[in-house]
Ligand binder design. Sequence first.
Ligand code: 13P
Length: 288
Amino acid sequence: MALVSAKEMIDKAHAGHYAIPAFNTNNLEWTKSILAGIQEANSPSIIQVSEGAAKYMGGYKMVVDILTDLIDSMGITVPVALHLDHGTFDGAKKCIEVGFTSVMFDGSHFAIDENIAKSKEILELAHSKGISVECEVGGIGGTEDGVTSNGELADPAECKTIADLGVDFLAAGIGNIHGKYPANWAGLNFDRLAEIKAAINDKPIVLHGGSGIPFDQVHKAVTLGVSKVNINTELQLEFAAATRKYIEEGKDQEGKGYDPRKLLKPGFDAITAKVVELCKAYGSAGQA
Ligand code: 13P
């Protein structure tokens, strides 16, 4: 199946009160492991890359080619969108050119007027090609790809201004944080989420920093308009733990256990299992 825009799957999830998972990938094998999981779960899904991950993988075009070829060779039948995560203005334009089917333009660090102007330009360009667009208002806490933002609560009036430009789904800070949540994390701010939902006329909302948010909070957020949940750190933790265990058990010393195809397999299997678990938890499993 060819890559699809994320709009239709997210609108469907929004109407059906579940969330589409958006899994960050980092290389060929992660992409393969995620695809195996979403196919097993029969879940429409988004595979996304940060600009840093795309660079690591060999460039935006390489990401498109890897995903397209794997979908073909693995016989993937569930709808998959390829999305740029936290795109810069130039990065989003480049991805639109080379075959991404969805882009995020993150202008949250610009003053609101500049965020509006740049979001508008990306929206026009992307929509002319049927590509879905996510924009962001208010930083998401934590550090990602070396970029740190202070997790503010997004201003509902600013959310409305950006949403009214015609974005397909809106990322808005509601106390969520990229990376591991600290033990004293206050949780999601549902009052602010409800205010944003009302201000943007119930447009789909994106929950960044999905790793480690208790499922009951995700479920409540879904009832308040969240329709896309981003997951990166959790897959990294699963991969690292499974690889560490394999080495600590000395399996890399047995036979040809150091062969990368053996050494890294437990990590890739752990990613697939986590993907299946999250698709079930978010309600997207069985929706393809
Ligand atoms: P986590 O790394 O916390 O899962 O966040 C992922 C994310 O929001 C990507 O934009």
